[in-house]
Structure formats: C-alpha cells, structure tokens
Design a protein around this ligand. Structure first.
Ligand code: EPZ
Length: 422
C-alpha cells in the first residue's frame, strides 16, 4: 500500500487545475444504461472510482472506452448482457447502487447487491428503494441483493423524500425519465451534481424541470438518445485545494473554480480571514496577513456547507486563533480524521456529531492513517503546515477521489512525495 510523505512547507504559489467532479461522473456514467445510443463524457476525472464504475458497467454488457488519458469516456449500452450488479464490485464502491434506477427503467428488472456501509456510516439505501416503489417498482431484499421488478414498466408518481439524499434523488431522476407519465420529486437534493445529471439527461432527450431546486418534475418519454456532455467541475476537489494556501500561506489559483459551486464554503473562508477572488480562469485564494481566525461550521445539504469539506476545514481550524465548533449533520461517523490530527498535536474534543477544535500555534508532523477519502486529504493538508515530516498511510483511499495529488500540490511548491508500498 502506498504512503505519501509531506514536509512542512513555506508559502505556496502557482496554479492548480481542478478536474471534473467524481460525484457527478459516478451518476452520469450509469445514465448510459437508459439509452441504446452512445454517451460521451468529457472532462472526466482520472480516479480509481471511475475505473470501478467502468468495470461494473462492463459487467452488465455496456462498452466503456477511456480516451485522452482518461479525460474522455465513450460509453455505449447498445445491448445489455445482464441486470445483475455483483457484490464483489458493489462492495468496492457504494455509488454502484446508481445502476439500479436506470436498469429498472430500461429492462424492467434488476438485481443489485446492497452496497453495505463504509467508514463514515451505515449508508442505507431505503430512500432509493422507496422512491422506485413510488414509481410502481416491486422490491425484494434477498441474499444481500435488491431484487427489483417493474414488469409493465415504471409509471410516474409523487416521490416525497423525508430528508435530502443525493443518491436517492439521482436514482429516482434517472428512472423517471423513462417512466410512463409525470414524476415529481419533493425535497430533492439540490447539489450541482444533480443539476449536471439533469442537463445531461436533457441532452439525451429527457423532459426535466426544476433541477437545483427541491422540487423536480420529470415527464417520462419512450426512449432516450445519445449525447456528449462535459462533467461539471469538482467542487470538493476545488474546496480542498483552496485550503492549501489558506493553511500554508501564499497565493494559489484553482483553475476552473467558480464561486457558485462553493458559496457556503467561501463564506466560512472569508470569516476565517482567507481572501477568495473570482478571476477569468478560476478562484484565486490567498491568506491575508496574520493567523487564521476560528469559525463554527455545520454541514448541510447544498447550498449549505458540504460534509465532504468538513475534514479538510478541520485541518485549517486546528491552527486557527480561537475555538471552532464543527457539527457533522449528514453522516454519523465522520470525525475519524480527528484522532489522527490529534497525533499531530491538534486539540480536538469530539462528542457525537460535534467536534470542538481549540487552535494551536503549529502542528507537528507524525505518521498518520488515512481512514476514508476526505479524511486522508485532510491529513495531507495538515502535514503541509506542520513542523517536520508527516507520513500518511493507506493512501488508496485518496486515489479514489483525487487525481495526481502529489503532482498538483508539488507544482505549487509543496514538499510531497509518494512512496510505493509493497
Ligand atoms: C453522496 O453520497 C456523495 N457520494 C457523498 O460523497 C456525499 O458525502 C453525500 O452525497 C452527501 O453530500 C456520491 O455522490 C458518489 P446521501 P450519498 O444519500 O448519495 C442517509 C465523497 O466523499 N441515507 O445524500 O450516499 C445517509 O446515510 C462521498 O465523495 C439514508 O438514510 O449520500 C446519510 O446519512 C462521501 N437512506 C444521509 O442520508 C438512503 O436511502 C445523506 O446521504 C440514503 C441516504
């Protein structure tokens, strides 16, 4: 298993290109199952999760070709060979559940392994199943698989989500495009990845209104065609790299960054004393003089502060002046980076979903363990400003969501290198 060594850094300067969004690409790719014509995705990120989704789609009979060094994905589901998503692929990546809605809509049945939990929580999929049942699907859980049937095809319905779920919204949105009649999704997720999916489905011929609001209306159509669609910029990679100059000092321009993707996050950076400027090519981030100020953060569905930036923000607040309170409202176990940051000298008190961080002058490098995707990059950010050397182990977590992290940070002056494991 590879490790990454980070040495305490001076100020950073330069540009970091931001890739296409992992969490948009992972829902855009299964959309190919809705049509027998080709779907081409450009600006695709080069990540292990994308390779896993490609493997899953191929196991169903879809063709997936990766071109231009992985930045273009040519998908085609002209003829499917099956509707069973096997456990040994699904367990590697929970987003595999996003083939359920499209398979059901296209073939009228699907057997998808339950994804199981992960480090940050139990991650049930009950909202996905309820939504598809509201469109006439019959669901049965057997041997760890969801057996879904819609013999006469799906029909439009009203789907009321009891609370916001990104994945359930995506599954329902995709399935509804081919359901007979009108479907209304109430309390739908408003994330930019949902908007991106709706725009791609519309290019394929879907009739959708209201994406980006909490009520989305879909008029089912008989079939969908092909399309070419650019994957939206990754707002979580963007926010992650905006924190590098915030933590180390200096000035970095994140190419492709847009304020509208990270509005709530930028409000917190401003309150902490970090300046963010929209330029013609992205977001320029610099730390005003003096220490970062403590701020309180509560994670919420979009447009609130994203849970996927909570760990990274904590790394910044570990050396802020004052005490910050972080509330994690989306996942039940998303503070696993806290004990690792404490090994580096951070002062953090975790009680349930609340972490209280008392800023210290400087962290000290140490060997630390990556536990999940966002926790691992939080440790790298902390290591950038720490005194001495930090070794982050188990960086396979990192490679799921960040392409070429050592190259991108190294190009702006960070002392970072990857050590290949046995
Ligand atoms: C998506 O996960 C993202 N993953 C997550 O990013 C992100 O943290 C999350 O949305 C929230 O923004 C992808 O898009 C591939 P949810 P998802 O359904 O769809 C509970 C990353 O780091 N819930 O919005 O699984 C659930 O347990 C990953 O890139 C149910 O109870 O998230 C959670 O507590 C991590 N039943 C809350 O709702 C359900 O049927 C929100 O989950 C579904 C969800």
């Amino acid at each position: 298993m590879d490790s990454i060594i980070v040495r305490g850094n001076g100020a950073l300067s330069g540009q970091i290109p931001i890739a296409g969004a992992k969490n948009a690409c992972l829902t855009l790719m299964p959309a190919t199952l809705l049509s027998d014509e080709p779907l081409t995705l450009t600006n695709a990120p080069r990540l292990s999760d994308i390779r896993t989704m490609s493997e899953l789609l191929r196991s169903l009979g879809a063709e997936v070709a990766s071109m231009q060094d992985g930045q273009v994905l040519a998908l085609s589901s002209h003829r499917l060979s099956g509707t069973r998503a096997e456990y040994d692929i699904v367990r590697k990546m929970r987003a595999s559940i996003l083939v359920l809605g499209p398979l059901l809509a296209r073939e009228g049945h699907a057997e998808v392994s339950l994804p199981g939990g992960c480090a940050i929580g139990a991650r049930p999929v009950d909202l996905h199943l309820r939504a598809l049942e509201a469109m006439g699907a019959e669901m049965e859980l057997k041997d760890g698989y969801v057996h879904a049937k819609a013999p006469g095809g799906l029909k439009g319905g009203i789907v009321e989500f009891p609370f916001v779920s990104v994945g359930a919204t995506e599954n329902a949105l995709m399935a509804a495009t081919l359901a007979r009649g009108t479907t209304v999704l109430k309390n739908a997720a408003r994330e930019p990845e949902i908007v991106d999916l709706a725009q791609c489905l519309r290019r394929m011929g879907a009739q959708i209104e209201g994406e980006g609001t909490s009520e989305i209306t879909i008029q089912g159509v008989d079939r969908l065609g092909g399309a070419t669609h650019p994957v939206v910029t990754d707002r979580i990679e963007l926010g992650t790299y905006m924190l590098a100059p915030a933590i180390c000092g200096g000035e970095v321009e994140c190419l492709g960054g847009r304020i509208d993707l990270v509005g709530a996050f930028c409000e917190k950076l401003d309150a902490a004393g970090i300046s963010v400027e929209q330029t013609n090519s992205g977001l320029k981030v610099s730390r005003k003089n003096g220490r970062v100020r403590a701020v309180d953060v509560t994670t919420e569905p979009f447009p609130g502060f994203p849970t996927d930036l909570q760990a990274q923000m904590m790394a910044l607040l570990c050396t802020a002046e004052g005490t910050s309170v972080l509330e994690e409202k989306i996942f039940e176990n998303r503070f696993m980076h806290a004990p690792e940051l404490m090994r580096m000298g951070a002062s953090i008190d975790v009680h349930g979903g609340t972490a209280t961080v008392t800023g210290v002058e400087r962290l000290k490098g140490a060997p630390v363990m990556a536990t999940d995707l966002r926790a691992s990059v939080s440790l790298i950010l902390a290591g950038l400003a720490a005194e001495g050397e930090t070794i982050v182990n188990r960086v396979y977590h990192l490679d799921r969501g960040y392409e070429r992290v050592e190259e991108k940070l190294g190009n702006v002056g960070a002392h970072i290198e990857r050590i290949s494991g046995q």
